[in-house]
Design a protein around this ligand. Sequence first.
Ligand SMILES: [Fe+2]
Length: 371
Amino acid sequence: MPGITVSPINPSRPEFGAFVDHVDLDNLSDAGFEALRNALYTYNVICIKSQSNLSPKGQAELTRRFDPEAMSYGHGKTIDAKRSILHPDLKTVPHQPEVQIIGNGFVSEYEGLKNFTLKHPHHRTFHKTVIPDDQDLDFTRFYRWHIDAAMYGGLQPPLVTSLLAVKVPTGRTQTVLYDDGSNDTLRVPLGTTAFVSGYTMFENLSAEQKEFVLTTQVEYAPHPYVWISTAKSRPDGLGMMSEGKEVPVDELPPIENATDVQIQPMAWKNPVTGRFALQIHPSVVRKIHLRDGSVIGDLAKVREIVHDLQRPGIAPELVYAHDWQEGDLVLFNNHGVLHSVVGAFDKDEVRLFRQCNLAASRPPVGPEVRG
Ligand SMILES: [Fe+2]
């Protein structure tokens, strides 16, 4: 059997995104897995084609192989909270609870679930401003740039997320509008998933910004996805507007342990290349902890600092927008990329994906602590 082959998706960005071929996921030796893992951490988004036969169990086992000590779904049971903004977007595979079903439209039967309707997240439910209805099928927005992570309690950000395209409507493209005063736009396939590299985001910073990022930590909100449930996003999907609309902390579910509030480094280290990614979940960041021990708690200021660091990294030429085909299995390094749902479907356009990630067995690896 020939060994795994890896080929960059975009020759002009050979370090970001790769197709992996000649990989038999049903019979993946330790050496084969090691080659797959190296490809993942080198290219950060990898696609294996023609995996329609992969079972939910096989998908969960493959995802777990990147972090064998990890057990539960990345958000644990936190998405069950009715006020969580994640609640409507995910349906759990009954016999494989680490695997979620996402998509759009009516499905009569899938993996033991019957007669259910999936709803592709639409920016109108999350952004402060929206694209007018009569332009909605031609133009769209990045819904929400994020890391797949609960960012709360003992649930550390998953190392890897897998996405399997089971059913994909095709035939249209849309234009993403940044609508942030920049005139930036990006033509994308319908229902793409957009990725940007946290490594490029970091490497393009000034020397002064890099020093700041390497020595600064971010505090996330308690119950983050309930906290922002009443607030609205910026038009570029990269963080929230600061209008004082977040759920007040004393109206959130109780914080059981002070350590449930997560404080994470801004820079996360790649275990294979040693590179640092600027890796901040922009919509749920709440405070910034500086090297000298002082804390920036002014939310508007915190968000401006984070947006100034991240926005250059989502420039159109830096976005990889995957053109999904049925059977595509995409694995991405969730400690090294940000990603976003994109697009608006008609209600008749049926899309079905399976997603799996697992709360990591360890926190992200930050820089060595420097004095
Ligand atoms: Fe995600």
